[in-house]
Each structure stands twice: as C-alpha cells, then as structure tokens.
Design a protein around this ligand. Structure first.
Ligand SMILES: *[C@@H]1O[C@H](CO)[C@@H](O)[C@H](O)[C@H]1NC(C)=O
Ligand SMILES: *[C@@H]1O[C@H](CO)[C@@H](O)[C@H](O)[C@H]1NC(C)=O
Ligand SMILES: *[C@@H]1O[C@H](CO)[C@@H](O)[C@H](O)[C@H]1NC(C)=O
Ligand SMILES: *[C@@H]1O[C@H](CO)[C@@H](O)[C@H](O)[C@H]1NC(C)=O
Length: 402
C-alpha cells in the first residue's frame, strides 16, 4: 500500500475528526458513537482490496453532504459503551488468525451467492417486494439489520436460525452491552433476556431517529463498506422449529397473541382458556395443522405481517436489495460459523457458542407434515418458495406429491 497516500488519508481523517470532535463535544454519546466509529472502521476484510479509494469516497460523501445531521429529536438510549478515542484508533488486532479458509468453503460461499444473485435476477421467480429498491424499504422493515461499527459488520438476524448466538457475537464485537462496567468478552456470558432486548442492538431502523434525513445515505455507505451476513435454514424445517419453540413450550405471550385466535378459528373452541398454563393443563394445544392453517389463512396477513419467527427470510433481510457477502446455513452451522469468524478476523477473540441440544432435524420433516393435507403443503410451498429458491434449498418434492 502506498505510504504517502495512507498518510494523506490519515491527515484528512485527522481534520475530519477535529471537526467531529467539536460536534461530539456538544452532543451526546449516541452521536459520538457513530462518528468516531464510522470514520475509523475498517472496510471489508476482503483480501487484496485497497482501502484508500473507498475511504476517500466515504469521506467525500461524509463531507459532501454539507450540513450536519439533524440533531433534534435524537435519543441516546443506545450503546452505553462509547469506547475512548484511543481505543477506536488502535482498534483490535487485525492480523489474520488461524488457518485460512479452505478452497471448498470459498467455493461454497461463491456458489450460494451466485444462486442468490441469479434468483434475484431471474424474472421467473416472482415474489412481493422483489422489485423495489433499497430506498423503498420502509425503516421498520430494516429492524433485523444489526450493525457493528467497530468491525464493519452487518448481521441480518433470522429467528430460529441460531440468531441468539449470533446476536451474542454481535454484542461482544460491538461492545454494545456492559457487564459491571466492562464489555462482555464471552458470548455465553450474556443473559438471554439482554440478547433479545432490541435496545441492546444498533439496528438500521434506529438510524432515522439518530441521524435524521442523513440516515439512508449512511446506511448505504455502511452497506457498501461493511461485511454483511445472514444465516438461513430449510424453510419448512424452520417452521417446525418455530412451532416447537413457541407452541409446544409454555409461552404466555405466544399463547395469547397467536394460539388463542388459532384455537378459536381452527379448533372450533369459542372460548379458549385465558392462560397458557390452564390450556396446557386442560390438554388444549394448537396442533401443527392449526399453525399451518393460520399461515395459509389470507386473513392472517391482513391483520398484521407475519411474526418474525415465521416471516419469510426475504421479507426480513431483503436479499435482493442487500448484497450479502456471506450466506451461512444452519445445516452447516459449525463450519460456516468458523469460516465467518475467520473472515471477519475475530476468530482469535471469540468462539461461536455450541448449538442447541435438541435442534429440529430435517429428517423429521416427513413425520411432521404427514398429517398436513397435500393441498396445504403445496400452498405452503408457494408461500415460502422464494426462500427455498433464493437460498438454494431444493423443492421438497416428496412432500408435494401424493
Ligand atoms: C429462472 O427460473 C426458472 C424457473 O425456476 C428456471 O427454469 C430457469 O432456468 C431460471 N433461469 C436462469 C437463467 O437461472
Ligand atoms: C431493555 O433494555 C432497556 C435498557 O437497558 C430497559 O430499560 C428495558 O426495560 C429492557 N426491556 C426489557 C423487555 O427487558
Ligand atoms: C363446533 O362446536 C359447536 C359447539 O361447541 C358444535 O355445535 C359444532 O358442530 C362444532 N363444529 C365443528 C365443525 O366441529
Ligand atoms: C427433542 O424434541 C422432540 C420433539 O420436540 C422430543 O420428542 C424429544 O423427546 C426431544 N429429545 C430430547 C433428548 O430432549
């Protein structure tokens, strides 16, 4: 890398930082968090990619937008951990750790991304929202994109696809949560309720409130420079997993919001018990068939968008609008997690937590769907077809034929 160029870049960064520091001085931690990190965070860890042009373009954009961000109406509910400037400058040890990725894994990623792009470009695959642009995605639909400015990573979380553990990793990386004054170092130390508390994470949908009309611009810069990843899973197996965790286990919230209406509508139960405890006590549970019927009922979506646990991945993560760098799969979670952490160059600092003991297995699929009428299965496939195709899951022919 050309030294003088780098030097000039640092000079430029220095001036920017002076200005920003003044802004920051008068402003709150939330803004400080963004400016310091954004201007210093590393671009993609893609090997062989020069960072100067990107960084300069980024600075241009940052400065070129002229007016400062609209500072009114922003709150600092977010990251308590605004690390010191020095820490931001020094950052972490960026030297590569561990073994380089194997050519096989590299090919596998390339293939997954190729399938994704080809499906997005293929007019034969149609699904709602496919053709809209990133600008047309409303803010509230960007609530699954978690940003780590420290390492330049964006993770789109998909419930029922190891998302608790990936959220934990994001908390450790971004140091967005403190444990008695110090950031968590081990993902497993973070209590579950904090992991799923949305105020723990910096997500795209919060940008508007923090950065005002500047927010889309910022998102696009980050989308361009950061490493973006998501984890997916066979769509039907994900549904079984969602059913098991939300309706087979006692869950008061899901019972009231979803199971009670399902019992009324599909189990001919005019007044279901008021609590999940009573219902389970009386042996009243929604069946998997009730759940499928609920998903296929056109009234469901009219009332409210699918809950995130069964909402299609294309609606959660916008894979045709966001060019993901890494597509992980639950079916190959251990290898993919190791590969991704190496790619992000954080494999020396943390390990991906071990997975859940009794994970829903693909081999259970036939049993689970045995009692679901064929016509329903075919409709269900249509409902989730985009997820099957985009992420290269073969059509489950065995379930869709007599
Ligand atoms: C587009 O999708 C159709 C239907 O799935 C498929 O038959 C065709 O081969 C695809 N075209 C390309 C170029 O991938
Ligand atoms: C989430 O975290 C915030 C801030 O720490 C806290 O005020 C809020 O009560 C938490 N919410 C839940 C549901 O635990
Ligand atoms: C539903 O329940 C009512 C009374 O509880 C009964 O009269 C009716 O036949 C039931 N309908 C079905 C389809 O089971
Ligand atoms: C795993 O879950 C299945 C179905 O939910 C259950 O039948 C089985 O007993 C569980 N296995 C263990 C070891 O907990």
């Amino acid at each position: 890398m050309a030294r003088p160029r780098l030097f000039r870049l640092w000079l430029a960064l220095g001036s920017v930082l002076m200005i920003l520091l003044i802004i920051v001085y008068w402003d709150n931690v939330g803004t400080a968090h963004f400016y310091l990190h954004t201007s210093l965070s590393r671009p993609h860890p893609t090997p062989g990619q020069g960072e100067d042009p990107d960084a300069e373009e980024f600075l241009d954009k940052l400065l070129g937008s002229g007016k400062p961000v609209d500072l009114s109406g922003r709150k600092t509910e977010l990251p308590p951990a605004a690390p010191s400037m020095e820490e931001s400058v020094r950052g972490y040890d960026w030297s590569p750790h561990g073994a380089p990725q194997s050519p096989d894994q590299g090919r596998q990623q390339a293939e997954r991304r190729r399938v994704l792009r080809a499906s997005c470009a293929n007019a034969s695959l149609a699904f709602p929202t496919k053709e809209r642009s990133f600008d047309d995605i409303p803010n509230y639909e960007l609530n699954h994109l978690i940003v780590d400015d420290r390492h330049g990573v964006i993770y789109c979380y998909v419930p029922k696809v190891a998302c608790t553990n990936w959220k934990r990793v994001m908390i450790v990386l971004s140091e967005s949560l403190l444990d008695r004054g110090a950031p968590y170092r081990d993902p497993l130390d973070i209590p579950r309720e904090h992991v799923h508390n949305s105020s723990t994470h910096l997500t795209f949908n919060k940008f508007w409130r923090r950065y005002g009309r500047f927010s889309r611009h910022l998102m696009k810069i980050k989308l361009k420079k950061y490493t973006k990843f998501l984890f997916v899973r066979d769509p039907f197996v994900r549904l079984i997993s969602a059913f098991r965790s939300k309706f087979e286990l006692e869950n008061e919230e899901f019972y009231r919001r979803f199971a009670m209406p399902m019992l009324r509508l599909y189990a001919n139960l005019s007044s279901p018990p008021a609590s999940v405890g009573e219902a389970f006590g009386a042996g009243l549970r929604v069946s998997f068939a009730n759940f499928i019927q609920y998903l296929l009922d056109p009234r469901t979506e009219r009332l409210a968008p699918f809950n995130e646990h069964w909402r299609q991945v294309y609606r959660l993560c916008h894979p045709c609008q966001i060019d993901y760098d890494f597509v992980g799969k639950l079916e190959t979670l251990d290898e993919d997690a190791a590969q991704l952490l190496r790619l992000l160059r954080v494999d020396g600092r943390l390990r991906f937590p071990p997975s859940y003991r009794n994970r829903t297995a693909s081999s259970w699929e036939e049993d689970w769907f045995a009692k679901i009428p064929l016509a329903w299965r075919q409709q269900l496939y249509k409902l989730y077809e985009a997820d099957f195709v985009l992420f290269g899951y073969p059509k489950p022919e065995n379930l869709l034929r007599d």
